[in-house]
Ligand binder design. Structure first.
Ligand code: FAD
Ligand code: MLT
Ligand code: ZN
Length: 496
């Protein structure tokens, strides 16, 4: 069920008519390029586009458009601008903050058919591709040339690289390969009035004025639709090792992280945190046997990626001896081959899906200084327990309070799994959780974005001046506020 705060459909937007659909049909030229719920009942076909991955957010569009070229996107937006038709850009629809689905009846502009790799230069490692290329497809393509896409995440089989750039997704190896603000070299995008912005540079360095692409990275479709991406890919590591540890306390995890940074330094490619509950959830939903015998309150997954297997193993063995010998980690296992690497990673990557089987999930993707990273989970658990909301039997709305995340980036995922979405639980967590984060100068969205889930809470992580500047930029790129592309800022901006 939709869970929007009191948003009202803006009457300035027109309803989609048969004439509008006819225009789009002629423009796109093929039946497979649109799902038309105006001329026929297409509810079932529209449903996967109208609802989000978490089954939490959703709208009632009657029209999905799937353009194939930048020119088509440009014509669609120009037409929507002229006819006051609201739109929402959509990639793989794996976003976790409700930004990829309509709020009301906005036309969905989906990038699934914009799926061409435009070029790959195997000397520089620069990939240029359409926004709708699936992340895993992009990675396999550069993999054939000995390169790696510098982003990896659990949704790689469905998310689009345009969606990744629009959300500035962080993922599992940011600690090693950095943020998309560094690896994206150029973008092509279409502004709400149809103007094509060509900033699709393949250059590593280009200090000639404002760097337009940076504004699109992480702007969640609010200032335009990304149609092409140019990105620098690093060489694929020849030697990859993965270790999985059980630890007695969060303090031990912090010590293990310090040691990993110090001893594995340039080969460390991931340091991920999972609490005990997150791992029992994966066990319950997959039926798989956990990698370690005992039960621990904390687990972590460490990955190294280097160019020389012998060198890496030597380093890793010294590290393992040290952390085991000093009692920093209680138990551990080192993957012996690619299959074991994949299966250890599933204990981390599978958490999101395991949670989704429980009912609903309130997700808080936050940046907090490392010393207090896990305290948020403890405090949230205590709060919900005090309020009598957590318990094993069906009378309690909360089934689990879980923490995991990208320890290497100080990025915690606090997840509260409920039997079904429940206002009492939501009120018990929000805005308390945002106040908790703001007191520590953290961020209320480390990597998932604001979407509709967090747009009303932006003030906890950005000051008034910054929000005002964002509004000015929004007005510059989208002066007529064509669509709910501006919806991120509607509420906050009423105060300015
Ligand atoms: P969508 O969900 O379709 O869209 C996301 C937002 O971007 C929306 O606001 C949409 O309007 C906008 N948008 C999409 N395409 C465009 C475009 N071409 N131009 C302009 N705007 C556009 N995120 C992380 O950061 N790290 C993770 O580790 C991570 N792991 C995940 C694991 C799972 C199992 C799932 C389901 C999600 C995960 N996510 C993670 C969330 C996440 O944001 C992404 O999966 C991904 O970046 C979204 O890409 P998408 O193509 O699905 O975009
Ligand atoms: C992850 O790190 O697994 C993703 O960001 C998804 C999530 O938060 O569940
Ligand atoms: Zn994450």
């Amino acid at each position: 069920a939709a869970a929007y705060p009191q948003l009202k459909r803006d009457p300035k937007f027109a309803q989609v008519t048969k004439e509008h659909v006819q225009y789009f049909k002629e423009l796109l030229g093929t039946e497979s390029a649109l799902i038309d719920g105006i001329n026929a009942d297409a509810e079932d076909d529209l449903a996967p586009f109208n609802g989000d991955w978490m089954r939490k957010y959703g709208g009632q569009t009657k029209l999905v458009l799937k353009p194939q070229t930048t020119e088509e996107v440009s014509k669609i937006l120009a037409y929507c601008n002229e006819h006051k038709l609201a739109v929402v850009p959509q990639g793989g629809n794996t976003g976790l903050v409700g930004g990829s689905v309509p709020v009301f009846d906005e036309i969905i502009i989906n990038t699934a058919r914009m799926n061409k790799i435009r070029s790959f230069d195997d000397e520089s490692g620069v990939l240029v591709a359409d926004a709708g290329v699936i992340l895993e497809v992009a990675d396999s393509h550069v993999g054939k040339h000995g390169y790696l896409f510098p982003l990896d995440l659990g949704a790689k089989g469905s998310c689009h690289i345009g969606g990744n750039v629009s959300t500035n997704a962080g993922g599992l190896r940011l600690l090693r390969y950095g943020s998309l603000h560094g690896s994206v070299l150029g973008l092509e995008a279409v502004l709400p009035d149809g103007t094509i912005v060509n900033a699709l540079s393949t250059l590593r360095k280009n200090n000639t004025g404002y760097d337009f692409k940076q504004l699109f990275i992480g702007s969640e479709g609010t200032i335009g639709i990304i149609t092409g991406v140019s990105i620098l890919c690093p060489p694929r590591a020849k030697a990859v090792n993965v270790a999985y540890f059980g630890l007695e306390s969060f303090e031990h995890v912090r010590r293990a992280f310090r040691e990993a940074k110090g001893q594995l330094s340039e080969i460390l490619s991931a340091f991920e945190l999972m609490d005990g509950r997150s791992q029992s959830l994966v066990r319950e939903s997959t039926g798989n046997k956990q990698p370690l015998e005992g039960d621990y309150p904390f687990y972590c997954l460490i990955e190294t990626s280097g160019s020389n297997a012998e060198h890496d193993i030597a380093k890793l063995e010294t590290f393992l001896e040290h952390v085991m010998g000093e009692g920093i980690v209680a138990d551990g296992v080192l993957a012996q081959d690619e299959t074991q690497i994949q299966s250890l990673w599933r204990w981390r990557e599978g958490i999101t899906e395991s949670l989704s089987h429980l009912g609903g999930t309130y997700k808080y993707d936050v940046s907090i200084p490392l010393p207090e990273l896990y305290q948020l989970v403890e405090d949230c658990k205590s709060r919900l327990t005090e309020k009598g909301l957590v318990g094993d039997d069906d009378s309690f709305p909360v089934r689990a309070v879980v923490g995991y995340g990208h320890m290497g980036d100080s990025n915690l995922h606090l997840n509260v799994a409920v039997r079904q979405y429940n206002k009492e639980v939501e009120k018990a967590i929000e805005p308390w959780v945002y106040e908790w984060i703001a007191k520590r100068n953290g961020s209320i969205s480390a990597e998932h974005g604001l979407g509709v889930a967090k747009k009303d809470f932006i003030g906890y992580s950005q000051n008034d001046t910054n929000i005002k500047l964002m509004k000015q930029l929004k007005d510059l790129y989208d002066p007529v506020s064509l669509s709910y592309l501006h919806r991120l800022f509607t509420r906050e901006m009423e105060n300015f």
